[in-house]
Ligand binder design. Structure first.
Ligand SMILES: [Zn+2]
Length: 507
């Protein structure tokens, strides 16, 4: 048996692993590379999609599902197995990504046409003659982030959540064709045979990361490998804590936060409440740049909790993101995936419905929010301020000292979010200089990823620690190295695979 990683090998994004044996190839995840240093890797898959027989998807984050349409474009004919919510969410995420990529592409083309129209027309004609006409390079691209008023970015796993590819990797039609390959029939703790002839089966369990997320045990003949996908931090709202692995010949484990511990969820909730209360007392608004998937629902759920306890001051809560609104609807359609201990509560009551909540789908509705100068909580994308409607709210709110902005997710280097967190006193939005007079807060405890202790706790459930090979993936190399040292001391046999490196396992 051979395993190769075509993404998330010494990097955080682009999860993609191929297991092959007896001429059959099973792929686990097919995610997009994200962030300035990684996104150029998206143009080449590194393998032939037509040779892949099956794909199994751990969850719907872009860095786990975002290259699936490229598989289909490249000739993949097989089935993609996952849970029901993973399919529903991946559908929205891939369509949103195709839309953003097209907008980026159009925006860049316009810029280039202004500078060198003859060259661009010649290039486009030559590209249209090629079979794969979607690859049109943009070398002069300066500002990759289009700032149109109705764009949204979704990823929350680490680097840069905006898809800033300089090529049109795929379009909406490619996404729709991909959807035909999905077979969302996997259920937790229920083994499923995907190939009887070659004796291949999978069993998934709850990864406790986002709605419908799973870790996968792939049983291939007499060998077995567990892929952790992304593991969630414990005791967060909505989804269950992760389940534990039993035994396998090898385990591929994510290490996003292999080097650190999170602040407790309860402390973070208190912090959030205190900022809201103080800001309202000062006569201001609270801005929360947020990822559309899971984090936004977590925040709504927490606000609902404040409301039910009678603590939340009367206010207006704007959910200003059509994507986040659609994702919230998918959550409501899948209550069986919610935390077991709160399921009954959820069944009696919509966990995201607060009388103060106003969902704004239309651009005009979004603009209306500017009229409110105090007593509003505005939740909008993008989480790192690389685009999306939040940019408009910055323009109207950041210069007022009464207001607050709360960052609840990772801010990658080079993003506007990072600059504000690092204390820049003036920023540029849509060509306009805005003073940062609002108070800036970062709350670290709302992560969707397990921290170092939780990763170790999960691994420690393995029955045959000494005989199981542990492969560290989905993390920055320095963090992986720290985690590797830590678990080696605990008796694990760990290794960090490189991109496309052949990992031989058993027979
Ligand atoms: Zn994830």
């Amino acid at each position: 048996m051979k395993i190769q990683s075509f993404g998330a090998a010494k990097t955080v994004t682009g999860s993609c692993h191929i297991v092959q044996k007896n001429g059959v190839k099973v792929m686990i995840d097919c995610g997009l590379f994200q962030g300035k240093d990684e996104e150029n890797k998206n143009s080449e898959l590194g393998f032939n999609p037509a040779e892949i027989d099956y794909v199994i998807l751990t969850h719907a984050h872009l860095d786990h599902c975002g290259r699936i349409p490229m598989l289909i474009k490249g000739g993949f004919k097989g089935k993609i197995y996952c849970t029901k919510p993973t399919f529903q969410l991946a559908r929205l995420i891939m369509l949103d990504t195709a839309k953003i990529m097209l907008e980026d592409y159009k925006h860049n083309l316009k810029r280039r046409l202004r500078y060198n129209p003859k060259k661009i027309i010649k290039e486009n004609l030559s590209n249209s003659n090629k079979s794969n006409s979607a690859h049109i390079k943009n070398e002069t691209h300066q500002n990759k982030h289009h700032n149109i008023h109705n764009t949204h970015n979704t990823n929350e796993s680490g680097k840069n959540e905006s898809n800033t590819n300089t090529e049109l990797l795929y379009n909406e039609i490619d996404v729709f064709e991909s959807l035909d390959h999905f077979n969302p029939i996997l259920a937790y703790n229920t083994p499923f045979v995907i190939d009887e002839k070659h004796n291949i089966a999978v069993e998934i369990q709850d990864a406790g990361h986002i709605l419908g997320s799973s870790f996968i045990k792939l049983m291939f003949g007499d060998s077995s490998i567990i892929f952790s996908g992304d593991l969630g931090n414990k005791n967060k709202p909505i989804v269950n804590n992760f389940s534990y692995p039993d035994e396998a010949d090898a385990v591929y484990i994510e290490t996003t936060y292999g080097d650190r511990l999170h602040k407790s969820f309860d402390d973070s909730k208190t912090e959030l409440f205190n900022i809201i209360e103080t800001t309202f007392k000062n006569g201001g608004n609270v801005l929360i740049p947020s990822y559309a998937m899971e984090r936004t629902q977590d925040i709504l759920y927490i606000l609902k909790g404040f409301y039910k306890n009678g603590k939340l001051p009367k206010c207006k809560i704007f959910l200003d993101s059509p994507l986040a609104i659609n994702i919230t609807d998918i959550f409501l359609r899948n209550p069986e995936y919610f935390r077991e201990d709160e399921l009954q509560l959820f069944q009696k009551d919509n966990p995201f419905e607060i009388p103060y909540l106003i969902e704004t789908r239309e651009v005009e509705e979004s603009k209306e929010i500017n009229k409110f100068t105090e007593g509003a909580i505005i939740i909008a994308g993008s989480g790192m301020l690389t685009g999306g409607r939040m940019l408009h709210h910055l323009k109207h709110n950041l210069w007022r000292k009464e207001n607050s902005i709360i960052f609840i997710g990772y801010q990658a280097r080079g993003t506007l979010g990072r600059r504000i967190v690092e204390g820049d006193k003036t920023i540029k939005v849509f060509g306009e200089h805005i003073d940062v007079n609002a108070s800036v807060h970062t709350i670290n405890g709302f992560s969707s990823h397990a921290d170092q202790n939780e990763l170790i706790e999960w691994l420690s459930a393995l029955k045959n620690r000494a005989e199981t090979k542990i492969y560290l993936i989905h993390g920055d190399e320095d963090k992986m190295t720290i985690f590797k040292e830590k678990i080696t001391h605990l008796g694990f046999n760990a290794y960090i695979p490189s991109y496309a490196e052949d990992i031989e396992l058993g027979n």
